[in-house]
Design a binder for this molecule. Sequence first.
Ligand SMILES: *Cc1c(COP(=O)(O)O)cnc(C)c1O
Length: 230
Amino acid sequence: MISKNLSVIKESISEACRQAGRDEKEITIVAVTKGRSLTEIEEVLSCGIIDIGENRVQEAVSKYNSLLLTPSFRLIKWHMLGHLQTNKVKEAVRLFGLIHSVDSLCLAEEISKQAAKINKIQDILVEIKTSSETAKSGLKPESAIEVIKEIARLKNINIKGLMTIAPQVDNPEESRPYFRMLRELRERINQLPVISNQLGILSIGMTGDFRIAIEEGATIVRLGRAVFGG
Ligand SMILES: *Cc1c(COP(=O)(O)O)cnc(C)c1O
């Protein structure tokens, strides 16, 4: 089931890349495993997916510990997708290769502080709230540039790109303006003198809209239902 789903996904990604004139090697699939069982995660790993996305630190730690003996354990790159609370940062920095959900200077400062303690440079994405739905976290686009300038000064953080969660829509075309806004914001940020490494990653696109996301420049697609069903 999972391996079949992945074939279908890869086919769609190839197709979207062909249409957009992009190289499919630019796209990373993150399998979103929140609420999924260890068996399901082992199955996705056995299909060659090594990027695993979780929304809660505690759940990720528990799965991490349970997967220690899995053959591909060492290859797994853990992605933190959910809102991160300051008191969970210490554990998060130990576990995650990429934190997608940095949405304040305060959180970034704590990440840098905890990363320094273990001599790590933590890769992060800055989460932007591209739609006005109040429940979503993320920096407002208007204040993003000022905050990112400050985050870029922190020693133990490496800003790799931007992430957004588009609103739930019926027609995936409706997500396009949000994705486009994020890509344009990335271009503006990359022109700032304080940014020494260009921001390459755009983490956009979920099960319902990943093809559109790829057309708009996604380099990471975060897929839950498309991979595991449901
Ligand atoms: C759950 C989740 C996803 C995956 O959503 P699907 O629609 O199941 O693909 C992606 N990103 C985030 C932040 C999520 O919480």
